[in-house]
Design a protein around this ligand. Structure first.
Ligand code: MG
Length: 374
């Protein structure tokens, strides 16, 4: 045991003054003794990793559905890519990697089936009952729905991780800035989806690299690849460009933030979050990312094939919502208890939101066969 460098000592040696320390954690709602060798944020990460909502991310679509093949990202592989990119940048900036990992693994845990289409459908169904947001539902899952301890509901995560997720719900400027670790996970999310949605969309044939060459960021990455490699097959060329797309964004974000942090020379976390500093790309990269995202929105997320899938999924979710509201006996028993507490409509939204795409499909079939889904 003596050979293990304890968390506080390790963080004192490795972390920058603007990084969140485990020793400064605001603690848990239900106090627990400290673990012998895992810090509080490591435990949060482990609790999230072992939750059933986390495992279900493997059955939830990111942008493309399971029927479209098995190359593209699911919500789970997206989450791991975000965690990996955020940790890379976080380590280089000497931020708290354990906290970053916990936040990254949690960031999409509240996503319903069928991605943002599912979210929009549930939000519309629940319009008169408080609406639905995947970020808010992520908090509900870890605070109320997951079951791990007999003494209290939820995962009992640290307040720091809960606050980080809360900051995702409302990003307007009327609340204090979140920790740099929280800001970084958000920035890494954007780096990740810009790169993998490009990759998946080209691989699926929804758009071509040729078509995307007119975008500043893609043309720059393509130029780099062409300067460094010759004779690449179409497949390898796509992969090389996407690899460069990640590298370009990560390096630029890292260098820009590192130089700004050096200028600010913060002595503490408080100083950092009260200053105008943000973990964000420089103006040039931001503009190029906006151009790429506008293209993806128009040609990929709004592609007729995806719009069709989206409309079908939305109709199903809305129909299921109505069926559960009409007949709460359709809920499995443990959800009936929660329905008594939060109301049938909220329970219908939560039950739908917790489903994987495939399970949602199955339940929908059962409901329609039973005649409950009109
Ligand atoms: Mg995400």
């Amino acid at each position: 045991m003596n050979s293990i460098m304890l968390v506080d000592e390790r963080e004192r040696l490795l972390l920058a003054p603007y990084a969140m320390r485990s020793a400064d954690s605001a603690g848990r709602v239900y106090p627990e003794p400290l673990h012998a060798y895992r810090g509080p944020f490591q435990r949060d990460r482990d609790r999230i990793l072992h939750s059933s909502a986390f495992r279900r991310l493997s059955g939830k679509m990111q942008v493309f559905t399971g029927e479209m093949g098995d190359y593209h990202r699911t919500r789970l592989t997206h989450t791991h890519e975000v965690a990996s990119i955020a940790r890379t940048i976080g380590r280089a900036l000497r931020l708290n990697e354990d906290l970053i990992e916990a936040l990254a693994l949690m960031h999409d845990i509240g996503h319903p089936p069928y991605g943002h289409a599912g979210e929009d459908a549930l939000n519309e169904s629940a319009r008169d009952f408080g609406g639905f947001s995947h970020n808010r539902f992520g908090l509900t899952i870890v605070q109320e729905i997951e079951f791990r301890f007999t003494q209290f509901p939820g995962l009992n995560l640290t307040r720091d991780v809960l606050d980080g997720q809360t900051a995702r719900i409302d990003k307007r400027g009327d609340r204090p800035r979140p920790l740099l670790e929280v800001q970084l996970v958000d920035a890494a999310d954007s780096v990740t989806y810009d790169a993998h949605d490009t990759d998946d969309a080209i691989k699926l044939g929804l758009v071509s690299l040729e078509q995307m060459k007119r975008l500043g960021l893609i043309s720059e990455c393509l130029q780099f690849v062409e300067n460094n490699y010759t004779g690449l097959s179409e497949e390898l060329l796509r992969q090389a460009v996407v690899h460069r797309l990640i590298e370009r964004q990560v390096t630029s974000l890292l260098e820009y933030c590192a130089s700004r942090l050096q200028e600010f020379d913060f002595d503490s976390v408080e100083e950092a979050i009260q200053s105008p500093f943000l973990v964000e790309p420089d103006d040039e990269l931001r503009e190029m990312k906006q151009e790429l995202e506008a293209f993806l929105y128009q040609h990929v997320y709004r592609h007729p094939h995806l719009v069709q899938i989206r409309n079908r999924a939305q109709d199903k979710l809305k129909e299921m919502f109505r069926a559960f509201c009409r007949n709460p006996d359709l809920f499995p028993p443990k959800y009936r208890r929660r329905a008594a507490k939060v109301g049938v409509e909220r329970m219908a939204v939560e039950y739908n939101a917790g489903m994987t795409d495939h399970f949602c499909e199955q339940v929908y079939q059962q409901l329609t066969e039973a005649g409950g889904g009109q």
